[in-house]
Every structure is written in structure tokens, then in C-alpha cells.
Design a protein around this ligand. Structure first.
Ligand code: PRT
Ligand code: ZN
Length: 304
């Protein structure tokens, strides 16, 4: 009796056939988030089994099950704990307004939710929208925006091709996602207000058990190492010894730069890590200070 209880407790399978100890993640089935979501898993060292089942698959080397869903459905599935975590745009998370926690911004699928009106309209401020008709697929976010700005307008919720609404006389303005702006331009519209800046984020169910929380932390540790690596570059350069002090003072590094003597007397090789944002600035200063043979290489993972 005791034995059978013990076996049940540690069995990786529960009665419904689901693995007891896996973290279930929901990602978009196809669309703009799909490739970057799969790439993030891969960069985190999580390889997916290639099955014919396009609803779900498992990871080969991490206790994770991957569910492929429409992005709009992901917040609900995470709220209901059908998936423990999910990758989805902030725009969808805020519009769906489900009971989930935001864990991490992921830095891809960046866009903004904006108000656009006809190119020739004289838009000066939000009061322009008073008594106008606004077409959108984001009724909740538009409602909140109008309330915040004390504007009375009519919201027309439509399911797609929002950008054509003004042209066919369905609305006077639209609220839609914009990235390059070319869709608005091609439809004779101009962007006049930004309601939300959005990117892909990781969300989680609010009541994860201890095992799932630990798995999430493991996954998050990897995500952060990947993100950090993307924002940094490894730099190698040669410096005349008399300029070493000045050159080192320009390099932030993780702790302090590595300095190795070169075979040629009077010269050293300096290795360090540079943040992408300061990158060009520092490179110029390094050259001015006498650095030569500067090599810059991408970093795959960065654990600090
Ligand atoms: O089938 P499913 O419901 O899963 O997918 P979907 O068709 O609803 O979404 P999808 O794949 O188009 O977008 C998924 C997510 O990508 C969005 O929720 C955003 O978080 C993010 N994203 C980033 C974008 C854009 N950029 C974007 N430009 N989503 C949509 N667009 C559309 C926009 O609606 C407009 O039609 O692209 C057009 C504007 O683009 P520009 O470059 O012309 O300005
Ligand atoms: Zn969608």
C-alpha cells in the first residue's frame, strides 16, 4: 500500500494522461508572433519534437509542452490554467483583460495601437474625435482611451481590415496596430495618437504550483540570458601599452576587461563586453585613443 502511494506521488503522469511535471506554454499557431516565439524557445536551448500534431508538441530536453493557439485565445487559456504560461502581444493582453500576470517583456513584435484619421483632416487634439465613429478591433482599449480623454464617440467593433473603414464610409477614424505605417499610408490615413506601445510578453497563470513556478523561473533565467546577450557584443582589440589605461577606461566590461600581452612587444590584446546602445560611441573613442584591429562578435548567452 505504502509503495503504491509513493509510486503515484512521483509518477510523471496523472490520470488524464497529462504529464504532472511539465510547464505548458501557449504560443501563436501561425502569424507574426509564431517564428520569434519558436526562436526564443530554441535560443533558450529548448528543442521541439516535430510531430504532425499542430495543436501541441513536447520539448525534447525541457519539461515543457507547447500548445499552438490563436493569439486572441491565449490570455483566456492562461487564466484557466489550460496553459500555465503564454507568449502574446501586450495589445491582446490588455484588450482581453483576463486575470493573468505579466512576467517579462520579450522585445519582439513591437508595434503601437494608434488612432488614425483621413490624411486631409485637420486633427489637432483628441476633441476632434467628439461625436465621430471609430472603427477598431480593440473596443475596450478605445473605450478606456476615450474616457481618459473625456471624448464622446461611437465605437464600431469590426473583425478585420480596419484600415478600409473610413474609405467605405463606415467610420471617421480608426484605431489599429501600426508598425511601419505603410498600411495607413496606402489607405490615405495618418496616425494622430498613440494609445499603447506594444511588444510580445510572457504571461502566467496567477496560481502556479511550486513545481511549475520553479520551471518558470528556470525558463525565465534562460530568457534573460538570451535577452542580455542580444543587447551586448563581445569586443577584442589591440592596444599599444602606453595607451592601455585610457582604452580600459572607455570599456565598461562585465567586471573589468581582460588584458593579454601580444607576441609583438609593447602591445596588448584587450577583451570586453559592450552594450549595443553605447556601441558606436565607444568604438569611435577607442579608435581615437589608438586601438587597432577591433573585432566585434555576437554573444550567444550571457549569465551575470
Ligand atoms: O490568427 P491569429 O488570431 O493568431 O493572428 P492575428 O492575425 O490576429 O495576428 P497577427 O499574426 O497579425 O499579429 C499578432 C501580433 O503581432 C499582434 O497582436 C501584435 O502584437 C503583433 N504585431 C506587430 C502586429 C503588427 N506588428 C502589425 N503591423 N499585428 C498586426 N499588424 C498589422 C496591423 O493590424 C495592420 O493591419 O499590420 C498592419 C500595419 O502594419 P504596417 O507595417 O503597415 O504599419
Ligand atoms: Zn488574433
Amino acid at each position: 500500500m505504502k509503495n503504491s502511494l509513493v509510486r503515484k506521488e512521483y509518477s510523471p503522469l496523472v490520470s488524464d494522461g497529462n504529464r504532472r511535471d511539465t510547464l505548458k506554454i501557449a504560443i501563436q499557431k501561425s502569424g507574426r508572433l509564431y517564428e520569434d516565439s519558436v526562436k526564443l524557445l530554441k535560443d533558450c536551448g529548448i528543442d521541439l519534437k516535430n510531430g504532425l500534431n499542430r495543436l501541441k508538441t513536447e520539448a525534447e530536453n525541457f519539461p515543457m509542452e507547447i500548445y499552438f493557439l490563436r493569439d486572441d485565445d491565449i490570455p483566456q487559456y492562461v487564466e484557466d490554467a489550460v496553459a500555465h504560461i503564454g507568449i502574446v502581444g501586450e495589445n491582446i493582453v490588455f484588450e482581453k483583460n483576463k486575470q493573468v500576470d505579466i512576467v517579462e517583456k520579450l522585445g519582439f513584435s513591437k508595434c503601437r495601437l494608434s488612432v488614425a484619421v483621413g490624411r486631409n483632416e485637420k486633427y489637432e487634439e483628441t476633441s476632434f474625435l467628439n461625436n465621430k465613429r471609430i472603427a477598431t478591433t480593440y473596443p475596450l482599449l478605445v473605450k478606456q482611451f476615450l474616457e481618459k480623454n473625456k471624448v464622446q464617440a461611437e465605437i464600431h467593433e469590426i473583425s478585420g481590415s480596419v484600415e478600409i473603414a473610413p474609405g467605405i464610409g463606415l467610420s471617421d477614424a480608426i484605431v489599429d496596430l501600426v508598425s511601419s505605417g505603410s498600411t495607413l499610408f496606402m489607405n490615405g490615413l495618418k496616425e494622430v495618437e498613440t494609445i499603447l506601445e506594444s511588444q510580445a510578453i510572457l504571461i502566467k497563470n496567477r496560481e502556479l504550483d511550486k513545481t511549475r513556478q520553479q520551471l518558470l523561473e528556470k525558463f525565465l533565467f534562460r530568457i534573460r540570458a538570451v535577452k542580455k546577450a542580444k543587447n551586448n557584443k563581445y569586443i577584442l582589440l589591440n592596444a599599444p601599452n602606453e595607451k592601455l589605461k585610457e582604452i580600459i577606461s572607455l570599456l565598461p566590461g562585465m567586471k573589468s576587461p581582460t588584458v593579454l600581452p601580444l607576441a609583438e612587444p609593447g602591445w596588448s590584446s584587450v577583451h570586453s563586453v559592450l552594450n549595443e546602445n553605447d556601441f558606436w560611441d565607444i568604438i569611435e573613442k577607442l579608435k581615437e585613443a589608438g586601438a587597432q584591429g577591433i573585432l566585434v562578435v555576437p554573444i550567444e548567452k550571457m549569465i551575470v
